[in-house]
Design a protein around this ligand. Structure first.
Ligand code: NAD
Ligand code: AHE
Ligand code: ZN
Length: 370
C-alpha cells in the first residue's frame, strides 16, 4: 500500500512529506494506522545525527497511538480495530530480560530494531524502490506503519489518540522514572534538571509519590510556570546564578542534598551536577537524558564512595504491554495530567514546525494529528 510519511532522508535536513510504499504485515506483525504522534527530543537528536544508531533514510517518530488495521499470520493478542500504542521497548514476556523481572529492557528484537529493520532483517518501507529504515521499531511519523505484535500495547478504545500518544514515550518515561526506577517515597526531596516534556512528567510522578520539596532546574525560565502547576516547589536558573553554583543551590534547598535527582537534559555536564547535588550516604541520581554519541559522564569516585548512586532509566522502567494500558487508565481517571503539556497540535505537513518549536523552547509537546 501507499502511505503518507515524513521521511528523514539525511541528517540535519528537514523532513520531507512523501507517499512511501509499505508492505503488509508478515508473521507476528501488525499494520497500524497512526492517528496521532508526539515529537520527542530523541527524534530531534537522531535527526541531528547525534545518535550512534541513527540511520538514513528513515521514518522517525516513536510516540504514537492508532488503530490495528491488519494482522499477520500467528498474531494472537490483537485484532483489527484494537486501539494501540507502539512500544519502542517491547515486552515479549519470554526473553531472559523479561523473565528476569529485573528490567523492562526486553531483548527479543533489540538487535534488528537498532539497525532500523523488522525482526526478520528487512524493512517494510520503501520509496521509489529504495529502502527506507524503521526507527526505534515504531516509525510513527507515517500514517500507516508495521510493528511486531510484541511492540504494541492494547489500550482502551475511549481514550483520545491525540493525548494518549504522549504515553508512548514522554509521560511513561517521566512518571515511570519517578515511581518505578527511583521509587520515590513520601516526604522525599527531589531535584529535576530540565523541565521539558520529560522533566515535567518526572515532577508529576514525584508529586504523585508524595515528594516534599521538588526543585526544578532549567536554563529557560519560561518553563517554570508549568512546572509549578505540576508540583515544583522551587526553581533554579543556572544562567542566573552561574552553572558552577547549581549544586550548592540544590543542596541548600534540599536540607543537605536531594534524595533523588533526575537528568532530563541529555547534557553530560548537567548529569554530573545532578549526581553531585544528591545527599551524601543515600542520594540517587537517575539519568534519563540521552547524550550525544561520543559523550561520557565523569565525577570523582569519592561521590559514589560516599553513598551517592548513579542509575539510568529507559521508558521509565515500564513493561510496555503491562504498564502502558494502566497509564492510559490513570489519565482517563484524572490521576495524571497530559492536556496542559500538549502545547501545539499540527498537521503532518507542518511537522518541521514542531522541531522549530522544540528548539526555540516555545513548546512542551507538539502532537501531529494525521
Ligand atoms: P525537551 O527539549 O522538551 O526538554 C529539555 C529541557 O532541558 C528544556 O526545557 C531545556 O531548556 C532544558 N535544558 C537544556 N539544557 C539545560 C541545562 N544545561 N541545564 C538545565 N536545563 C537545560 O526534551 P524532552 O523531550 O523532555 O527530552 C529530554 C531528554 O530526555 C532528551 O535527552 C531525550 O532524548 C531524553 N529522553 C530519554 C528517554 C529515556 O527513556 N531515557 C525517553 C524520552 C526522552
Ligand atoms: N540509540 C542510542 C541511545 C538512544 C536511547 O538511549 N534511547 C532510549 C529511549 S529515548 C526515547 O525517547 C532507550 O530506551 N534506550 C534503550 C535502548 O535499548 O535503546 C545510542 O546511544 O545508541
Ligand atoms: Zn522519546
Amino acid at each position: 500500500m501507499k502511505t503518507r510519511a515524513a521521511v528523514a532522508f539525511a541528517a540535519n535536513t528537514p523532513l520531507e512529506i512523501v507517499e512511501v510504499d509499505l508492505e503488509g504485515p508478515r508473521a507476528h506483525e501488525v499494520l497500524v494506522e497512526i492517528i496521532a504522534t508526539g515529537i520527542c527530543h530523541t527524534d530531534a537528536y537522531t535527526l541531528e545525527g547525534k545518535d550512534s544508531e541513527g540511520i538514513f533514510p528513515s521514518i522517525l517518530g516513536h510516540e504514537g497511538a492508532g488503530i490495528v488495521r491488519e494482522v499477520g499470520p500467528g498474531v494472537t493478542s490483537l485484532k483489527v480495530g484494537d486501539h494501540v500504542i507502539p512500544l519502542y521497548t517491547p515486552e515479549c514476556r519470554s526473553c531472559k530480560s523479561c523473565l528476569s523481572q529485573k528490567t523492562n529492557l526486553c531483548t527479543a528484537i533489540r538487535a534488528t530494531q537498532g539497525k532500523g529493520l523488522m525482526p526478520d532483517g528487512t524493512s517494510r518501507f520503501s520509496y521509489k524502490g529504495q529502502t527506507i529504515f524503521h526507527y526505534m521499531g515504531c516509525s510513527t511519523f507515517s500514517n500507516f506503519t508495521v510493528l511486531p505484535e510484541i511492540a504494541l500495547a492494547k489500550v482502551r478504545s475511549d481514550a483520545p489518540f491525540e493525548k494518549i500518544c504522549y504515553i508512548g514515550c514522554g509521560v511513561t518515561t517521566g512518571v515511570g522514572a519517578a515511581i518505578w526506577t527511583a521509587g520515590i517515597e513520601p516526604g522525599a526531596n527531589v531535584a529535576v534538571f530540565g523541565l521539558g516534556g520529560i522533566g515535567l512528567n518526572v515532577i508529576q510522578g514525584a508529586r504523585m509519590a508524595g515528594a516534599d520539596r521538588i526543585i526544578g532546574i532549567d536554563i529557560n525560565p519560561s518553563k517554570a510556570e508549568m512546572a509549578r502547576q505540576f508540583g515544583m516547589t522551587a526553581f533554579i536558573n543556572p544562567r542566573e546564578i552561574g552553572s558552577d553554583k547549581v549544586v550548592a543551590a540544590v543542596v541548600d534547598a534540599t536540607d543537605g542534598g536531594a534524595d533523588y535527582s533526575f537528568d532530563c537534559t541529555g547534557n553530560t555536564e548537567v548529569m554530573r551536577q545532578a549526581l553531585e547535588c544528591c545527599h551524601r550516604g543515600w542520594g540517587e541520581s537517575i539519568i534519563i537524558g540521552v547524550a550525544e554519541s561520543g559523550k561520557e559522564i565523569a565525577t570523582r569516585p569519592f561521590q559514589l564512595v560516599t553513598g551517592r548512586v548513579w542509575k539510568g532509566s529507559a521508558f521509565g522502567g515500564a513493561r510496555g504491554r503491562t504498564d502502558v494500558p494502566k497509564m492510559v487508565d490513570w489519565y482517563m481517571d484524572g490521576k495524571i495530567a497530559i492536556d496542559p503539556l500538549i502545547t501545539h497540535v499540527l498537521p503532518l505537513d507542518d511537522i518541521n514546525k514542531a522541531f522549530d518549536l522544540m528548539h526555540s523552547g516555545e513548546s512542551i509537546r507538539s502532537v501531529v494529528v494525521f
